[in-house]
Design a protein around this ligand. Sequence first.
Ligand code: ADP
Length: 160
Amino acid sequence: MAEKRIAVYPGTFDPPTLGHLDIIGRGLTIFDELIVAVTDNPEKVSLLAADERRALLTEITRGMAGLTIDSFEGLTVDYVAARGAGAILRGIRTSTDLDYESHLALTNRAISGIETVFVLAGPQYGFISSHLVREVARLGGDVSAMVPPCVAEALKKKLT
Ligand code: ADP
């Protein structure tokens, strides 16, 4: 039997958006198993705690087969190797993403040999970023075009 193709989709997911959800769904068509792994970006202060981000990801992906939600600290490639995964999955929205992500992917490959697979953002989701969702939510705006309803609810609770 052929070996299972397992990938890790790492990210801050602060908060998870419809764009992330699109990448997860499409990742599942490429890989047998996908591990969505919440981590903290040391250069950003998170709005939602890692546990809250993980719980939201679990809720919005309920019923998706082949998916695990987890979190980790430290180097992504160490986590990927520890989970026995063969690849990292990342989403690309713009040429700015491609620039940044290609540096990251080459670095990860240089230090570990692990490959990164990129999926292009769906045209209706390419404008969505967690950063702007946080900004709009902070100012009391409607984020329902960018995140699932339970995420919009969680942001409202957090910010009131
Ligand atoms: P990080 O801090 O690791 O970039 P993010 O949660 O911002 O964490 O993003 C995780 C991954 O998801 C990145 O590869 C990012 O480019 C991708 N991503 C974020 N938003 C979208 C979107 N709207 N469409 C497709 N990919 C996205």
